[in-house]
Design a protein around this ligand. Structure first.
Ligand code: HEM
Ligand code: HEM
Length: 185
């Protein structure tokens, strides 16, 4: 995997854009899924359609992000001490793995239940026949639990970034921020 250029102090623009766009959409997905039972039916329905549409966007965005990370994206893992590198790469791989699983489970749940996925009104029908009810319940349970795992890990990850930036003052957060933000040399 490519490493950062020795003089680079921040991530490349595509990595920064992909990180913040996907982080925003993932948090939005979680909030939609956990709150759509509160409002009455028309709004509830709109929230479900929004979740499915963003789900389709994420199912393109996350593989794109992984591909960029593996092929051309800049990263700084090699500059870390071995213990830090172990935890950083462990956390990042777990997040990527859980996100891929969550996407597959979302499709499997919806299509397994014999329902189409609405992408802003355009219906994407299941490529397979409906699955037994018990199987769909397993997908539902796994999708719900994985969502909590992703958000838990992402919160720990964000907290670590803030500790690095404001307590350790080593500029870790600044290298994931847009170009005008100063970084620590
Ligand atoms: C990281 C991204 C995602 C997160 C954090 C997430 C989170 C959630 C949450 C918290 C729920 C509510 C679970 C419950 O009621 O117990 C839910 C439901 C659901 N999600 Fe996701 N989800 C994500 C991606 C996706 C994707 C990619 C799809 C498929 C396109 C999808 C399809 C669904 C479906 C079909 C439901 C049930 C909708 C209904 O009740 O009719 N999700 N999701
Ligand atoms: C759902 C929310 C989030 C997800 C899924 C997520 C995921 C990730 C992943 C997978 C990486 C590794 C990037 C790479 O491929 O090299 C990363 C890096 C990073 N993230 Fe996040 N992130 C989220 C939210 C946040 C937040 C809220 C912050 C800041 C408060 C943050 C700060 C950072 C920083 C500073 C890095 C670079 C770390 C380093 O260079 O060692 N992230 N994030």
């Amino acid at each position: 995997m490519p490493n950062a250029h020795p003089t680079a102090t921040r991530y490349d623009s595509p990595s920064i854009i992909l990180h913040w766009l996907s982080a925003f959409l993932i948090v939005l997905q979680f909030v939609l899924g956990e709150t759509w039972h509160w409002p009455p039916r028309p709004i509830h329905h709109l929230m479900v359609v929004a979740h499915l549409s963003i789900g389709v966007i994420l199912s393109v965005l996350i593989p794109l992000r992984l591909w960029w990370r593996i092929t051309r994206g800049r990263h700084f893992a090699a500059q870390l001490a071995p213990v830090d590198r172990f935890f950083t790469l462990g956390m990042e791989s777990s997040l990527y793995g859980l996100l891929c699983a969550e996407i597959v489970l979302g499709y499997a749940w919806r299509w397994g239940a014999g329902q189409a996925i609405s992408f802003f009104g355009l219906l994407i029908h299941a490529p397979f026949a409906p699955l037994p009810h018990e199987t769909v319940v397993i997908f539902k349970t796994l999708h719900s639990w994985t969502a909590w795992l992703i958000i838990g890990l992402a919160c720990g990850h964000a907290l670590a970034a803030l500790v690095h930036q404001y307590l350790l003052k080593d500029g870790v957060l600044a290298r994931m921020l847009p170009h005008r933000t100063p970084t620590t040399p």
